[in-house]
Design a protein around this ligand. Structure first.
Ligand code: LLP
Length: 420
């Protein structure tokens, strides 16, 4: 049963009508379902525990997809680890009750201060993306009197066939170390006094709906692992990154976690490697929506606009990637539809959440922008001095505020005017 469904003509999240949420907390609002979040993590855990190669696997939720403390805390309670990309994300996961031994640290530009923070916390692994980064970590670990566990993020040069802004595994990407140089880099890493070679890592891109590039990438990584073993460099874990896609359109079919993971686990069986995963979007994307109200309808010669109270600052994905999100009326009306561009009040032509959407709506109606749980609030900004939306989590018939709506005063609290 979906956690998002029409009941008595009103779109509900679990047992709560979205109209009631709008009434109580205002709009725009991000609304998440605890049951949907739990189910998406459980889908990974169930597939892993059912496979011999997945027994000791670690699911490290990619915090960047949605870093709200309540979501992090929920996943921590369910046993997840975390994939972080900054010192800020580390502080967040620790504040949310994460076990630092289940944290991997990704990203191309870690500062010395961030490295020290992570070493002090005792994280599971640093995913290293360049020689200078490796050398910096060796130095910082030396100063702290520690050995830093590392994986090299290897770029398998596989085309994930997704949007160019979110494909990362091609050799021209800024991410990872080139496949051809990986062996040499491992040799260098193994010789550094404050580095402990622990694993290997790859992440080829995001929103992949065809699992075959993952298999291709794994085959290339396994060949490298064999070469490393020949040189006496043995690895403890393999981190396959994130990237599994979700359906953004009702008619799309999304691959199951089993159809993505089982072919990978089959290839890993008997190798004695702990599997680490970094899913982001798949765990949260379809567990949240953006609730908004129509302010005005502007019906023109060539185009009709539904002007809503959410905007590109709340959900950047359509403006940034021409991404599609289904837009559903919360209380659907009977009647003829017209095509509307669903736009916000921000002064940019790119400020749309959907274009040419057939809708039968009136001013004041509520709309739900679906599949907005991932890279929605996490990428929101205060452009046009717009306070960011309230975030609420539905749990059965209860609604919890998990982040208050910002106030305008908070937005300029850190600013000051010149003395004269
Ligand atoms: N691991 C690494 C190293 C990553 O760079 C990413 C995402 C993930 C894991 C999680 O990937 P996921 O499972 O969520 O696909 N803002 C874009 C997506 C950017 C993804 C960046 N890296 C969007 O809204 O589509």
């Amino acid at each position: 049963m979906s956690s998002f469904a029409l009941k008595n003509g009103v779109l509900h999240v679990e047992s709560v009508a979205l109209s009631a949420i709008a009434e109580r907390f205002g709009t725009p609002a991000y609304v998440y379902s605890r049951a949907a979040l739990t189910a998406s993590l459980r889908e990974f855990q169930d597939v892993l525990t059912a496979h011999p190669a997945g027994q000791d696997a670690l699911v490290c939720y990619a915090v960047k997809a949605n870093s709200n403390l309540a979501i992090l805390n929920l996943f921590a309670r369910l046993g997840a680890g975390f994939d972080i990309v900054s010192g800020g994300e580390l502080q967040r996961v620790l504040a949310a009750g994460a076990d630092p031994k289940k944290v991997v640290f990704s990203g191309v530009g870690k500062t010395a201060a961030e490295m020290k923070l992570a070493l002090d916390a005792g994280i599971f692994c640093f995913n290293i993306e360049s020689i200078p980064e490796l050398e910096r970590l060796n130095e910082v670990a030396g100063q702290c009197g520690k050995q830093a566990p590392i994986s090299l993020r290897v770029n398998p040069n596989v085309d994930p066939k997704t949007h160019p802004y979110i494909s990362t595994g091609l050799k021209e990407a800024k991410f990872g170390v080139a496949y051809e140089h990986a062996l040499d880099l491992y040799r260098r890493a193994a010789a550094l006094p404050h580095i402990a070679v622990a694993g290997i890592d790859c992440h080829i891109g995001s929103q992949l709906l065809d699992p075959s590039p993952f298999v291709e990438a794994l085959e290339r990584i396994l060949a490298l692992i064999d070469q490393l073993a020949d040189e006496g460099i043995t690895l403890h874990h393999i981190d396959l990154g994130g990237g599994l896609g979700i359906k953004y359109k009702a008619e799309q079919v999304q691959p199951t976690v089993a159809s993505y993971l089982n072919p990978l686990l089959d290839k890993l069986q008997g190798r004695g490697l702990q599997v680490v995963l970094e899913p982001g979007r798949r765990l949260v994307g379809n567990a949240g929506l953006l609730l908004t109200r129509i302010e005005f309808l502007k019906e023109g010669e060539g185009k009709n606009f539904a002007i809503i109270d959410a905007a590109m600052n709340d959900l950047m994905r359509p403006a940034l990637y021409e991404a599609w999100h289904d837009i559903e009326p919360v209380e659907p009306r009977d009647g003829a539809t017209r095509d509307y561009d669903v736009v916000g009040p921000v002064c940019e032509t790119g400020d749309f959440l959907g274009q040419a959407r057939p809708l039968c709506v009136q001013p004041g109606d509520l709309l739900a922008v679906m599949s907005a749980g991932a890279y929605g609030m996490a990428m929101a900004s205060n452009y046009n001095t717009r306070p960011r939306a309230v975030e609420v989590m539905v749990d059965g018939d209860a609604v919890h505020v998990i982040r208050q709506r910002e106030t305008v005063e908070q937005l300029y609290a850190g600013e000051s005017i010149l003395p004269q």
